[in-house]
Design a protein around this ligand. Structure first.
Ligand code: V1D
Ligand code: CA
Length: 480
């Protein structure tokens, strides 16, 4: 096959990386470190049964559809499957304020009317309604991200997936944009107990404001969000000029895009931003939020991405062979979300899935084509010009030069498990393994050990000797 034999996205439902003409790909049978990555899949019990309300666009039921496709493609035979326990209150308090967690715990659709003064304080209402068993829902999706992060930290998996997580808008003390607790921040904090640097990437069409804000002052977490940016599009933040502050200056990157971006330009920009980001920051693990509202034909989104292109971002990040936490996020056409996340589960496993969807209990959701990659119907005009994209690319590369290498990481004692909260009978087999220090990867940090000392490790000129990295000057950021 020559380069010119590869179809373009618009001609083919599958992405052909043009590099594959010269670089052998692992799907071709070349053995690499991740030729058969160990993938752990987290699906909280009954997470698909929660309901935000009839007129609300967020449908947790999409997780049930996704899971059915995953099972239908028999992907459960290739990875470990986990029904994680709920996050404890104590675990939620690692990031969230206690009055907010207490409110989430107490509020019900019945008593909500008596708590109206708290509605404003905690930002619940139209976007973030109080629905039946809300607190359990939060504990379920956050528990899954925490278990997935622990799995990676203990080197019991190379990739851990939680499609019910990725709720990137939740703040320390308030709900926002359909998100109540921020499982991503909690998962990153868990990873930071053992690892010096975590890279967060967000391909949801909305700005990952909650995660950015939590780590805005830190140089141990670099956040990158690709999103639609305009004054009237939620949440209205994520301009190129938001770069982090204090020790975290240059450790927040934003890729603000306009309506209608297509596969070719998105992937080209994604790769040319992420490749130097990873080689410059040298993360010890990566968290990837895969919000599927960046797909074409989404009910809230206005991009033109195909599932193949969205999945290509996952494939590209996976190719760096770093511990990878893969999370869900937005996505408001249930059938597209399920196709996308099932496809991306296959990408994580290094498998090519048949374009004919398997039979499931929900087959009627996937008509009339019943394909994994149906053609996009109805494109939105692409308002991203070649020049505007080039400007973004150059500006970000410029910022990476300031970042100038991975930060120094100082010795810092890692607290042991806060409450010894994992009673052994609560744990699944994988989680029990996580407690065995001897199974951890050589050189990886252990619970109770000291974090890697990496003085003069590149540095951005702002790392300070003797002080833990990541400042804490704003109430909304976390102390790390
Ligand atoms: F259309 C609606 C119908 C009912 C309830 C809410 C909405 C709705 C659509 N878009 N709400 C929004 C966005 N909110 C506003 C508010 C109007 N106010 C002044 C602000 O525009 C919120 C969009 C949230 C997107 C969430 C997400 O996709 O990023 C996500 N990520 O992880 C989980 C969800
Ligand atoms: Ca985003």
């Amino acid at each position: 096959m020559t380069l010119t034999d590869y179809p373009t996205f618009s001609e083919s439902p599958f992405f052909f990386d043009r590099r594959s003409a010269s670089i052998p790909q692992q799907e071709d049978g070349i053995v690499g470190p991740h030729s058969a990555p160990r993938v752990a899949y987290y699906h909280p019990k009954n997470v698909g049964n929660y309901h935000y309300g009839e007129r609300h666009p967020m449908r947790p039921h999409r997780m049930e559809l996704t899971n059915q496709l995953v099972l239908g493609y028999k992907l459960h035979e290739k990875m470990t499957m986990h029904a994680p326990r709920k996050a404890t209150e104590q675990e939620l308090l690692e990031f969230h304020d206690s009055d907010y967690v207490d409110f989430l715990k107490r509020v019900t659709p019945k008593n909500a009317q008596n708590l109206t003064k708290d509605w404003t304080k905690f930002n619940v209402g139209d976007d973030c309604p109080i629905f039946y068993d809300l607190f359990s829902f939060c504990q379920q999706y956050a528990g899954a991200s925490l278990a997935a992060a622990r799995k990676l930290s203990s080197d019991s998996a190379d990739i851990a997936i939680n499609w019910s997580g990725g709720l990137h808008h939740a703040k320390k003390g308030e709900a926002s944009g359909f998100c109540y607790v921020n499982d991503i921040v909690l998962g990153i904090l868990e990873l930071l107990r053992y690892q010096p640097r975590v890279l967060y990437i967000d391909i949801d069409i909305h700005h990952g404001d909650g995660v950015q804000e939590a780590f805005y002052l830190s140089n141990r977490v670099l956040t990158v969000s690709f999103h639609k940016y305009s004054a009237d599009f939620f949440p209205g933040t994520g301009n190129l000029s938001e770069i982090g502050s204090d020790l975290g200056k240059y450790f927040s990157l934003n890729v603000p895009l306009q309506d209608g971006i297509d596969d070719e330009s998105y992937i080209s920009l994604f790769k040319s931003v992420m490749e130097p980001t990873i080689t410059t920051f040298r993360p010890s693990s990566i968290v990837l939020q895969c919000g599927a509202d960046s797909l074409g034909c989404d009910r809230l989104g206005t991009f033109n991405l195909s599932i193949a292109a969205h999945g290509e971002c996952v494939r590209f990040i996976k190719s760096f062979n770093l511990p990878l936490l893969v999370l869900g996020g937005g996505g408001y056409r249930q059938s597209s979300v399920a196709r996308c996340w099932a496809y991306e589960t296959g990408v994580c496993l290094g498998l090519n899935l048949d374009n004919d969807l398997p039979e499931t209990n929900y087959t009627e959701f996937f008509g009339p084509d019943y394909h994994l990659h149906p053609p996009l119907t109805g494109r939105i005009q692409n308002l991203n010009t070649r020049q505007s994209l080039e400007r973004i690319r150059m500006t970000i590369r410029e910022k990476l030069r300031y970042l100038g290498g991975a930060p120094s990481v100082q010795m810092q004692e890692i607290p042991s498990d806060l409450m010894g909260f994992l009673a052994s009978e609560e744990k699944d087999e994988g989680e029990l393994m996580e407690e065995q220090p001897d199974i951890r990867r050589e050189g990886r940090l252990r619970n109770g050990d000291l974090l890697e000392k990496e003085v003069n490790g590149g540095g951005n000129g702002e790392s300070v000797g003797g002080l833990p990295l990541g400042g804490m000057r704003r109430k909304t950021s976390v102390r790390i």
